[in-house]
Design a protein around this ligand. Structure first.
Ligand code: B12
Length: 429
């Protein structure tokens, strides 16, 4: 705490000098440690585990995975091109990637300095444009309805097409502009910093590439609006929203050419807070790490407009095997509560200290009549059903610590403390 205080004090004085968005100097060993977390994932090339975000994160970072990188991209191409081009029967189509996954794949191609060209490239681009048109229709003329998927993936898809210099119709961009102008990126009364930042990244790309000249002024204004809204979410600790929203927020804020003391100081503070958490080993999720690595290298997805594919990057060595720590024999008590089903479920579960929430759910399923289902996503296992009840359209099973604190991590990463009550609540979003 003492050293963080000193760091913040130092930044306070530095703040007087910072008027663009930068983060404090990052120790290269820390970056390497972050990168090493991704290496085991690069050996997992099953369809379900392949994650274009890992590839993008590494290519925009100061570290590299050597030959594994080319092989990983090759596996991504096999998966995505087969899914898009080879989708002849309805069975094949079931595994079709979502709009956002397709967009991330396009970012991965660009991260390797490739443009979507030729027959395969055209199919990709038209597929993504079709998705966007469908989303636009779902939002409706009066902007009052919701996209089928999310505004996050809407912004991500515009960004992906933009870095490939593919123009989308003004009407598609206008939906995202309206959403930023009219505070539509709020869920349960809180701004989704990630969604706002993704929209901001898309606008920053459109502004630089001038792909929609008729909307230029509106885009510039929306960027300022998004910056203002994100700055307002900064917590006393320094995070934008919270710790896991800060990486994408910083990517966006870093794209701003605006010289502004408030922005400069806010970024230094957010960067210092993030670095303190990294030093404590606070980031484990691969998706999070892959979003953070570009920030540590002062890059963002917008740099994929003209990526530097020859930038020197340090080759990562696999992390040294740390002798497995003697497992704590302590047992903790966690109460699992599900009020959204009839009869409501409530049980005390005993698990070894350090167990994840997923371990608690497994134990409850094994011994205490609990059932649940998950689906694999790029962020890890996502809870889809509880006690046989599937979350419906625009619903999800929210994870909370009683009485009412929303968890910031998913079931695979959150580790409950002794005596905690975890609630699974079916809510609309
Ligand atoms: C939109 C969104 C949601 C929507 C998803 C529904 C939808 N139709 O899109 C809703 C509101 C339901 C949601 C719920 C949750 N979310 Co959310 N979500 C996002 C957001 C903004 C975009 C996801 C996305 O589209 N990615 C792009 C596509 C291409 O990737 P994908 O893997 O195919 O996307 C799917 C998964 O991301 C999944 N998903 C969404 N959230 C989460 C969270 C976890 C932990 C997992 C495993 C999966 C998952 O839904 C997406 C659509 O199917 C991200 C922000 C981000 N930076 O990723 C946060 C984010 C992934 N969510 C987060 C969290 C914490 C949650 C919750 C755990 C919150 C809670 N306390 O309940 C729950 C999940 C609970 C569960 N049932 O397992 C965190 C995860 C942080 C971390 N440490 O890993 C993120 C990064 C936001 C943040 N900055 O904190 N989320």
């Amino acid at each position: 705490m003492g050293s963080l205080g000193a760091l913040l004090f130092l930044l306070g004085s530095l703040g007087a000098l910072a008027d663009v968005c930068e983060i404090p100097h990052v120790d290269s060993q820390l970056v390497e440690r972050m990168g090493q977390h991704l290496l085991p994932w690069m050996n997992q090339i099953s369809q379900e585990q392949l994650n274009p975000s890992i590839y993008v994160g590494l290519r925009l970072s100061s570290v590299q995975a050597g030959d594994m990188e080319a092989f990983y991209l090759h596996s991504l191409k096999l998966k995505y091109q087969q899914n898009i081009l080879g989708c002849t029967s309805s069975d094949d189509c079931k595994t079709k990637p979502s709009m956002g996954q397709l967009a991330l794949y396009m970012l991965a191609l660009r991260a390797n300095c490739e443009f979507a060209r030729g027959h395969k490239g055209d199919r990709l681009v038209s597929q993504l444009k079709r998705f966007l048109e469908d989303e636009k229709k779902a939002i409706g003329h009066n902007h009052k309805d919701y996209p089928y998927v999310s505004y996050y993936q809407y912004g991500l898809s515009i960004l992906a097409l933009c870095v490939h210099q593919k123009r989308v119709h003004d009407s598609v961009v206008k939906k995202l502009l309206y959403a930023v102008e009219h505070d539509q990126h709020f869920y349960q009364g809180t701004l989704s910093v990630d969604t706002e930042a993704m929209a901001g990244l898309a606008f920053a790309c459109l502004e630089r590439s001038n792909l929609n000249p008729n909307l230029r002024n509106r885009i510039t204004l929306a960027i300022r609006t998004a910056i203002g809204k994100i700055l307002k979410t900064q917590t006393s600790k320094g995070h934008f929203g919270h710790v896991y929203s800060s990486p994408l927020a910083l990517q966006f804020l870093m794209t701003s050419p605006m010289r502004d003391m408030e922005l400069g100081t806010a970024c230094l503070k957010a960067g210092a807070a993030l670095l303190a958490i990294l030093k404590d080993g606070g980031f484990q999720n691969v998706l999070m790490i892959s979003t953070l690595l570009p920030v540590l290298n002062h890059k963002s997805y917008v740099d994929l407009i003209s990526p530097d594919c020859h930038a020197p990057r340090v080759v990562l060595e696999p992390a040294m095997e740390i002798p497995s720590q003697t497992q704590s024999s302590d047992v903790i008590r966690v109460t699992l509560k599900v009020p959204s089903v009839l009869p409501p479920y409530r049980h005390v579960i005993f698990v070894p200290a350090g167990s994840s929430l997923e371990d608690v759910l497994k134990k409850a399923q094994e011994l205490w009549g609990f059932t649940y289902g998950t689906k694999a996503t790029l962020s890890g296992p996502y809870l889809t059903s509880v006690m046989g009840k599937e979350a419906g359209e625009r619903e999800f099973w929210q994870l909370l610590r009683a009485p009412d604190t929303r968890l910031l991590q998913g079931i695979a990463e959150y580790t409950p403390k002794d005596g905690e009550t975890i609630e699974l609540r079916l809510v609309s979003w």
